[in-house]
Design a protein around this ligand. Structure first.
Ligand code: CP
Ligand code: NVA
Length: 311
């Protein structure tokens, strides 16, 4: 029987030791290439002779460029398309697309409108499939975020992270990470835009420390890391209602002032200054958003390397 490919779909399915190995690999790879031109391949080039297909059904800057830079730095190559430019855009099934691409490339990254399409791609591909964001999660982002926190403040285990705003896809991946890696996650959102209930329940079953509140001040009190994300995610149709309901959840200097004195601020980007976060905070001294964005490359490399069995 052929071994199952190593998919990177959501963090629930990945052992904490594997997540830790990816984080350590990302850190080591980043350190080893300090000062190098960005196009030079890593000395071990673990993806040499390998091709990554990337499919985007939604817009992207960071995921698109970081994965393409990542596969090149690993010594491999990429083939990139929007879903609309493929036969997918004319109704060919995800299942058939998965079977065809599996004959042509060594791994597939997909940014999908619907999480069910990521799952179907994984179920029918014979090569690893990576979730480059769906409506249910953004696990690649979380690896970069954890890497960034640990570079500045040391191990995330035992720390307190405050998520303020929409309980969206990125929030779900943080719930998974908190449960797997032993940090406390306080989520402040309005009831109507709260975190996915199944994820919160699963975290509780697994003794994850995830608290949900309506009160942003309670969530941020003493936190080591404060995180905001857009109030209107790609695919959300109720933009006006969201902007209204989420107004009390803006991260401003007064709210940051309730966090630990050395607390960091993160945002996966793209940001909307004056909506989910003030310019004073996101462009201020506690913000590490540019390290966070850069670390997408390093984290993506380790995810690809893990999927290919090189970690
Ligand atoms: N943070 C993130 O995934 O950004 P993009 O949507 O630009 O890829
Ligand atoms: N929650 C946002 C993240 C973008 C990277 C979205 O899904 O649009």
């Amino acid at each position: 029987m052929t071994a199952q490919p190593r998919h990177f779909i959501d963090l629930w399915e990945i052992e904490p030791a594997a997540l830790r190995a990816m984080l350590d690999d990302a850190k080591a790879r980043k350190a080893a290439r300090a000062g190098w031109p960005k196009g030079r391949a890593d000395a071990d080039a673990p993806a040499r002779d390998h091709t990554l297909a990337m499919i985007f059904q939604k817009n992207s800057t960071r995921t698109w460029f970081s994965f393409d830079a990542a596969i090149r730095q690993l010594g491999g190559a990429s083939i990139i398309s929007t879903g609309a430019d493929m036969q997918l855009g004319r109704g060919e099934t995800i299942e058939d697309t998965a079977r065809v691409l599996s004959r042509m490339v060594d791994a597939i990254m997909i940014r999908a409108d619907k999480h069910a399409d990521v799952a179907a791609m994984a179920a029918h591909a014979s090569v690893p499939v990576i979730n480059g964001l769906s409506d249910r999660g953004h696990p690649c982002q979380i690896l970069a975020d954890l890497m960034t926190f640990e570079a500045h403040r040391g191990p995330i285990a035992g720390k307190t992270v405050a998520w303020v705003g929409d309980g969206n896809n990125v929030c779900s991946s943080f719930i998974e990470a908190a449960t797997k890696l032993g940090f406390k996650l306080n989520i402040a959102s309005p009831v109507v835009y709260g975190p996915n209930r199944a994820d919160v329940a699963r975290a509780a079953e697994l003794q994850g420390r995830v608290e949900v509140t309506r009160d942003p001040k309670a969530a941020v009190e003493g936190a080591d890391l404060v995180i905001a994300d857009t109030w209107v995610s790609m695919g959300d149709k109720d933009g006006d209602e969201r902007l209204f309901a989420l107004k009390p959840y803006r991260v401003d200097a007064a709210l940051m002032g309730l966090a630990a004195s050395d607390a960091l601020f993160m945002h996966c980007l793209p940001a909307h200054r004056g909506e989910e976060v003030t310019a004073e905070v996101i462009d201020g001294p506690q913000s590490v958003i540019w390290d966070e964005a850069e670390n997408r490359i390093h984290a993506q490399k380790s995810i690809i390397a893990w999927c290919l069995g090189a970690i």
